[in-house]
Each structure stands twice: as structure tokens, then as C-alpha cells.
Design a protein around this ligand. Structure first.
Ligand code: SAH
Length: 322
């Protein structure tokens, strides 16, 4: 049931505009997906080359196809942005990195591939892995995590207020094998009056939470951001499109930290240098995140929650970590 990889790139005009001023060099698209942003970037500046990365083999194939017309200016590799430094060292051919783009979350193509278990709209085995080489699946999370962990994940990643009831119901219904079973258990755990809040499916938040857990999306973002800023040449820019408030908050804090504006240490680390001695690595280009226009949201519902932030690497002699 191989479908065409269909995904509309979000805020593509704003992404191109924010990258246009960077010097000649390599643009790294960390989440190349179907290659929508990548194609627009390659069209915008003939002096750029582009390295596309995706952890999903289907996306890699789709992006290679889409970008084939650009010849050697475009390379696409199967990889993970939390290992950005290694991937660029291996495949960047020594070019200076001048742009880094992360477009987070799942693609429409992943949601539409019913057999991969991302969506409550199709009945499928509980999988949800973006990278099929990974072991942990949604079935493992649903059937083996203890109730308290499940409740915590659903509440935190899903921002779901009935997380404890849902976790209890899931544990009672084990073993669960399919997305349909999970969607039904979640729906039945939510009080009838609250099931259709905002016109959304009652299982939407729980599915999102489990997907974020299976794919370690929040920790991976933290790791990818940490690597990105050190790869950029002076005047290079990093852009992140986030679709979840927890992700956007991480991006905002990372940028503030690099700009020397925020003393809060990253989770699990001690503050090493006092504020005054820390040299800014970047200038933040978006005080507030950019949002899509009403027209784009009407044409592409995936754009609705998008927040775009950008920062520019300063010319600092030290390669030291902030
Ligand atoms: N910008 C793309 C769409 C990206 S959708 C376009 O214009 O077509 C997000 C993509 O990020 C998905 O294909 C997903 O597989 C990929 N992805 C998510 N987390 C990743 C990670 N840690 N490393 C690499 N790719 C990742």
C-alpha cells in the first residue's frame, strides 16, 4: 500500500526568507521528510548545497526522488539529528554549515501510512516508530510501562487532563495490540461529556504522547539543538519549526542560553560559568515565534500550531560550549 509521499511544507516562504541572508555554504535539513523545504531552499540560492537527513527510510527515498533534479547539490542520508555532528562530519564533505533547519514532529505522509500505527484513524499494529531499526514500539510502551509512568507521559507529552484514568484503563485492558483497541480504551476512559472537546478525537492527545515517547522526541530535540549551534559558521542560521508547546519552550530556552540571556542550566547540568563571563554564541532573530497566516492554516491544517524561531551564529573565536 505504498502511497505517494504527500506533505505540504509549513511556512516555507518564511523559512526561505530567514535563510536567504546567510553566506554561501551547506544547508543541513535535519528533517528532510518529503523534501518540500529542501527543494524551495535549493531553488532560492544556486550557491548553496544541501544535506538532508531523516530517520525514516521512506522519507529518505521520497526526498531523494524529489531532489534528484538538483544533482550533486543535494544529498540525502538516513540518520538522526541527535547525532548531527557525526552525520555532518561523515556526509558534509568539509563544507561550512551556514544553515540548519529542523521541522519537528511527524509528517503527513507518516500519519497517512495507516500501517505504521501513528494514527487512530487507521487500524494497525501499535508501532509508531519513525525509524524501523529501533526496537521500542508503541506496543512496548502501552503493554509494559507501569501505570504511573504511563500516566506521567500522557499528562506531560499529551497535556491530557484525564491521563490517570486513561493509564488505569490501558493497564486493565492489557495486552493491547492495535491502534483501534487503544483508541477505544482511551475514549471509554474519558468522561462522555469531555470526549469531543474542540471537535478532536478523544484519543488524539494520548496517541501524540505515546508517539513522542516511542521516538524520544523531547530528549532528541535537546541533543540536536546542542549540536547544531557548534556546527554553524559565523553568520550561519539555525531555524526550528515546532508544533508542540513543550518543544517550542525548549527551543526558546536553548536560543536564550546561547545568546547569554538565560542563566538556567540545561536539565541535569550545573551552572558552570557566571552570566557575566559567558560570551554570546548567537543573536536571536525572533523575539516572538513567527506564526503561519490564516490562509496557510486554512490550506494546511498541520500548520495551525507551528511556531518558527531563528538564531544567527556570531563570529566568536572560541568553540567552547556555552
Ligand atoms: N520539512 C519536511 C517535513 C518534515 S516532517 C518537508 O518539507 O517535507 C518531520 C520529519 O522529521 C519526519 O519525516 C520524521 O521522520 C523526521 N524526524 C523526526 N525526528 C527526527 C530525528 N531525530 N532525526 C531525523 N529525522 C527526524
Amino acid at each position: 500500500m505504498e502511497a505517494q509521499f504527500s506533505h505540504l511544507p509549513v511556512m516555507v516562504r518564511e523559512v526561505v526568507e530567514l535563510l536567504l541572508p546567510v553566506p554561501t555554504g551547506l544547508i543541513v535539513d535535519c528533517t528532510v521528510g518529503g523534501g518540500g523545504h529542501a527543494a524551495a531552499l535549493l531553488d532560492a540560492r544556486p550557491d548553496w548545497s544541501l544535506l538532508g537527513i531523516d530517520r525514516d527510510a521512506d522519507a529518505v527515498a521520497a526526498a531523494r526522488d524529489r531532489l534528484a533534479g538538483h544533482g550533486t547539490r543535494a544529498r540525502v542520508v538516513h540518520g538522526r539529528f541527535e547525532e548531527l555532528g557525526d552525520v555532518v562530519a561523515r556526509h558534509g564533505e568539509g563544507e561550512r554549515v551556514m544553515g540548519i533547519l529542523m521541522d519537528l514532529g511527524v509528517s503527513s505522509a507518516q500519519l497517512d501510512r495507516g500501517d505504521r500505527g501513528f494514527s487512530y484513524r487507521h487500524d494497525a499494529p501499535l508501532d509508531m516508530r519513525m525509524d524501523a531499526r529501533q526496537e521500542l514500539t508503541a506496543a512496548d510502551v502501552v503493554n509494559t510501562y507501569d501505570e504511573a509512568d504511563l500516566a506521567r507521559i500522557i499528562a506531560h507529552h499529551g497535556e491530557e487532563r484525564y491521563a490517570r484514568r486513561i493509564a488505569r484503563a490501558v493497564v486493565a485492558a492489557r495486552p493491547l495490540h492495535s491502534t483501534r483497541q487503544l483508541a477505544e480504551v482511551v475514549r471509554d476512559a474519558i468522561p462522555a461529556a469531555a470526549r469531543r472537546r474542540g471537535g478532536k478525537h478523544p484519543a488524539r492527545r494520548t496517541f501524540q504522547a505515546i508517539r513522542m515517547e516511542v521516538n524520544r522526541e523531547l530528549p532528541n530535540l535537546a541533543a540536536g539543538l546542542d549540536e547544531s549551534v557548534h556546527l554553524l559558521g559565523p553568520g550561519g542560521r539555525v531555524l526550528v519549526l515546532a508544533y508542540h508547546s513543550l518543544e517550542d519552550r525548549q527551543v526558546k530556552r536553548a536560543f536564550a542560553r546561547w545568546a547569554g540571556e538565560d542563566d538556567e542550566p540545561p536539565p541535569g547540568r550545573l551552572p558552570v560559568e557566571p552570566r557575566a563571563r559567558r560570551q554570546p554564541l548567537v543573536r536571536v532573530l525572533t523575539r516572538r515565534p513567527r506564526r503561519p497566516g490564516a490562509e496557510e492554516v486554512a490550506a494546511n491544517p498541520r500548520a495551525r500550531s507551528a511556531r518558527l524561531r531563528a538564531a544567527e551564529r556570531l563570529d566568536v573565536a572560541t568553540g567552547a560550549r556555552p
